[in-house]
Structure formats: structure tokens, C-alpha cells
Design a protein around this ligand. Structure first.
Ligand code: APR
Length: 239
């Protein structure tokens, strides 16, 4: 089948794995070492902000100074955006900055960004490449102790959902890459696309995800193999 039109790409931790960043639910993943209830909820931050800051400070340090670079899968998606005649929107659940560093411009970080901090009092968002601490005051409203990672925790609303659903409703192709399909609302995007009409759907992952059966097409293997190959296929004639 050959198709043309707008493309929405959803990415998850699997696309950054070969850059050296851990996934969450694999055997060696982050949630095998830390309880998400202890570090990734608003309640955890209220209860023990030092531990939450320590968790994100370590991840921020690893991303900013750990020699982490975009890989061939990130670069292939940037090429897709540059060369595809329609619109390509990348919606990522990842809080790393590897898509933008690879050159993707039309990008939504639905779960926020690790290299930014936000004031819980006035909402100001600022760049943040170092450590956050409970002693930090907001540079805008001066509120003390309210600076937090600019990430979406469990129980909070992901960013820009209206724009995402609009794009899902209009796309001709939806591609899901490197996500286990465990976390709502991203896990429901394939269903949204299926219900909204004739779009083609493809899963690219190391192994079948929780939602594998909902996709029309699937390619399994490391993202640095399957994503460039799929992008080549799309650019040489659609799907
Ligand atoms: N190439 C492709 N896929 C891979 C690779 C790889 N090299 N390595 C692992 N994967 C796949 C795994 O098989 C798994 O299906 O990536 C997926 C990663 O799943 P999760 O660890 O659950 O990550 P993700 O789906 O992004 O998690 C969603 O959960 O805790 C939260 O907020 C966090 O954004 C995250 C959300």
C-alpha cells in the first residue's frame, strides 16, 4: 500500500537506549532499581523533595555530562521530517534532548524536559543543566523551595494534549517507536488513530509491546536498525 500525508511519530525510552540511557520497564530499567512511587509523583515530591531532586539531578548530570549522543534512530526521524513532503510531528515521552539535538524541529515533549526546571508557585520555566535543590528560589517570583524538575509525574496531565490529539486525528500514518505501551495516555494513541479513520499504523520496537496487536504493521529489532530502515522505506514510496 502506498500512502502520503501527515505523519505522527510517538517515541519512548527504547529509542534512546542505544545512546546509553536506560529504559523504565526492561529488566535493567529504571523502575527495577527505584520505586516510581518514591520519585515520580507529586506526593513523593511533597513528602521527600530531597530524594526526588537527587533522582533527577543524577539523571540530568548523566544526560548533560555523560557523553550521551543522539543515535541513528533519532537522526533518521530528523531526516524524515526534512525530506517528507507532508508534516511530520514527533511526540516523545522522553525527557532527554536527543531528538532536538538530532535535528527534529516539530517536536512535543509530552512528559516534559529534564534540562528544564519549573517554579511550582508561578509556573516559570527555565533552562537547568545543573542540580536543583530545596534551597533554590525562583528567579521570577522569588518563591523559595518551589523549583521542581519540568517533568510530568504520575497523576499529572501530560503537556499539549489538545495539539497531539488534533494531529492524531488528521495523520495518515502513526508510528510508535521504543515504547512498552504501559502508560496512558500515550498507550491509547494507536486506538485514537484507528477510531479516527483510515490512517496506517506501525510499531517499531525491540519486541512486541502491550499494544502490538492494535498496529497494522510491525518491525522488531534495535531502534538503530529498524527506524532508519523504515524511514528509508517511507521516503522511497510511502507505506
Ligand atoms: N530499540 C527499540 N526498542 C527498545 C530498545 C531498543 N534498543 N531497547 C528497549 N526497547 C523497548 C522495550 O522492549 C520496551 O518495549 O523500549 C520499550 C521501553 O519501554 P518502557 O521502559 O516502559 O519506556 P516507555 O514506554 O518510554 O515508558 C513510558 O513511563 O515511567 C514512565 O514517564 C516514563 O515516559 C516514560 C513512560
Amino acid at each position: 500500500m502506498t500512502g502520503r500525508g501527515d505523519i505522527v511519530v510517538l517515541t519512548g525510552a527504547g529509542i534512546s537506549k542505544e545512546s546509553g540511557l536506560d529504559t523504565f520497564r526492561d529488566a535493567d530499567g529504571i523502575w527495577a532499581r527505584v520505586r516510581l512511587e518514591d520519585v515520580a509523583t507529586p506526593e513523593a515530591f511533597a513528602r521527600d523533595p530531597l530524594s526526588v531532586h537527587a533522582f533527577y539531578n543524577a539523571r540530568r548530570e548523566g544526560l548533560a555530562n555523560g557523553g550521551i549522543e543522539p543515535n541513528a534512530a533519532h537522526r533518521a526521524l530528523a531526516r524524515l521530517e526534512a525530506e517528507w513532503p507532508g508534516q511530520v510531528l514527533v511526540v516523545t515521552q522522553n525527557i532527554d534532548d536527543l531528538h532536538e539535538r538530532a535535528g527534529t524541529e516539530n517536536l512535543i515533549h509530552m512528559h516534559g524536559e529534564l534540562l528544564k526546571a519549573r517554579c511550582g508557585a508561578c509556573g516559570d520555566v527555565v533552562a537547568c543543566t545543573g542540580d536543583l535543590s530545596t534551597g533554590d528560589a525562583c528567579g521570577r517570583c522569588q518563591a523559595p523551595g518551589r523549583m521542581r524538575p519540568h517533568v510530568v509525574w504520575f497523576g499529572e496531565m501530560p503537556f499539549l494534549m489538545e495539539r497531539i490529539y488534533e494531529a492524531l486525528g488528521q495523520c495518515a500514518l502513526f508510528i510508535s517507536i521504543g515504547t512498552s505501551g504501559n502508560v496512558y495516555p500515550a498507550s491509547g494513541f494507536v486506538e485514537t488513530v484507528r477510531l479516527s479513520g483510515a490512517a496506517h499504523t506501525a510499531e517499531l520496537n525491540l519486541e512486541p509491546s502491550e499494544r502490538a496487536g492494535r498496529f497494522a504493521e510491525a518491525h522488531y529489532g534495535p531502534a538503530t536498525d529498524v527506524v532508519p530502515a523504515y524511514v528509508d522505506k517511507i521516503l522511497s514510496g510511502g507505506w
